[in-house]
Design a protein around this ligand. Structure first.
Ligand SMILES: Nc1nc2c(ncn2[C@@H]2O[C@H](COP(=O)(O)OP(=O)(O)O)[C@@H](O)[C@H]2O)c(=O)[nH]1
Ligand SMILES: [Mg+2]
Length: 371
């Protein structure tokens, strides 16, 4: 069974009911069917019990259900899918917001500021993270230096760090299902934080309705340093840390982004992305950014794009998971790895053309599939 893992930002004295008291996914292949993280009770809960608990907004049950979803054991996978099937009719009512940005841009601080204000306004906010680096190294690049200290203490908020273990595809699947569970448990705003490196921002873009890219000035994060590809995924750009001596420079950078955005293809049809300045530290501009989110959601619902994008997303998840399954299956076939290495060397040495090499590989893969 997984060891009890307490994220750095867990407040002191947090009890059993505390959502972020999480257990890592189980690595053991033969994980027993007891409830993971073994607390007082060793009794396994049934899918119905999980479903009922989640729908009732029972936080410990929500946390446990997520742990089942995050588990890498096959038995838990089946149970997890049964839970997801049960709660699925009760999902979809939230606003899903993705936030990306370089490490240190202030994502966690921003979410803390925004989340607290939303909770003050009567919202229920779930914060999830997608951090594929946690699958490789133990220390995640999300850092969590900022602990969302206040937000994590509120009963209207639920914070769940990134699942660990497995491929980006695996982490993405788990995060999507966690998002659905949070919706079923009554959270009306779901914020998904991810670091702006690699492909995780694409994965998060594909599970959210609105995507915010958080940038800063200086520190190598200048306009030209930001990948155009990331900017093109943005529904809004937030230039953070507009406070103190930095303020003037942020305002300049904001104007530059605003200019650039005019020349890029918008991420969402019918929506012109804007650049806004904010300070997650002082809170200035944070609710203005939320106003943009609300405007956007209203517009998308008007045009029907809100629903159609979610439908497209749902279907593309199916295709992605199917793709990943077959890719894994293909490349794990008998002798495939050896053939891959052999072909690779032949190509690098210039002995075989790319087209011929591909042909040989395809033949080897097909043979592997038949066996
Ligand atoms: N001055 C200033 N510092 C900020 C602001 N937002 C975040 N920070 C600081 O920047 C550092 C990184 O913030 P964090 O939220 O952990 O960034 P993340 O890696 O993007 O989640 C921390 O030391 C924050 O206190 C801001 O608006 N103004
Ligand atoms: Mg962070």
């Amino acid at each position: 069974m997984g060891k009890t893992y307490r994220p750095e930002w867990t407040p002191k004295g947090a009890g059993e009911e505390y959502a972020s008291r999480v257990m890592p996914g189980q690595d053991e292949k033969s994980a027993p069917q007891t409830r993971p993280g073994a607390g007082k009770s060793r009794r396994a809960f049934s899918a119905e019990e999980y479903i009922r608990g989640v729908l009732a907004g029972d936080r410990p049950m929500l946390a446990r259900a997520i742990t089942i979803i995050e588990s890498n054991s096959e038995a838990h996978f089946e149970l997890g899918q049964e839970i997801v099937r049960g709660i699925l009719p009760h999902t979809g009512a939230s606003v899903r917001v993705g936030i990306t940005g370089a490490p240190g841009a202030g994502k966690s601080t921003f979410i803390e500021a925004l989340g607290n204000r939303l909770c003050d306004g009567g919202h229920r906010v779930a914060v999830l993270a997608v951090d594929p680096s946690s699958t490789i190294s133990k220390g995640s690049i999300m850092g969590d230096k900022t602990r969302m200290e206040q937000l994590s203490r509120r009963t209207a908020a639920f914070i769940r760090p990134s699942p660990s273990g497995g491929t980006l595809g695996g982490v993405t699947r788990k995060s999507r299902e966690t998002l659905l569970l949070c919706e079923a448990a009554g959270f009306d705003t779901i914020i998904v934080e991810t670091v702006g490196v690699g492909q995780s921002e694409t994965a998060v873009r594909q599970m959210t309705d609105f995507f915010m890219v958080l940038v800063i000035t200086g520190a190598g994060d200048e306009l030209q340093g930001i990948k155009k590809g990331v900017i093109e995924t943005a529904d809004v750009i937030a230039v953070n840390k507009a406070d103190g001596d930095n303020r003037a420079s942020v305002l300049r950078t904001r104007a530059e982004y605003e200019q650039v955005l005019h020349y890029l293809r918008p991420a969402t049809k019918g929506w012109t992305p804007r650049a806004l300045a904010c300070s997650a530290l002082t809170g200035e501009g944070v609710m203005e950014l939320w106003g943009v989110v609300e405007q956007y959601i209203a517009r998308m619902k008007e045009t029907g794009q809100f629903t159609s994008r979610r439908q497209e997303q749902a279907w593309s998840w199916v295709i992605q998971m199917t793709d990943e399954h077959f890719r894994n299956k293909l490349y794990s076939g008998a002798g495939v790895r050896e053939q891959l290495e052999l072909t690779r060397r032949q190509v690098l040495d210039g002995r075989v053309s790319a087209a011929r090499a591909a042909q040989e590989l395809i033949a080897a893969l097909e043979k592997g599939l038949k066996n």
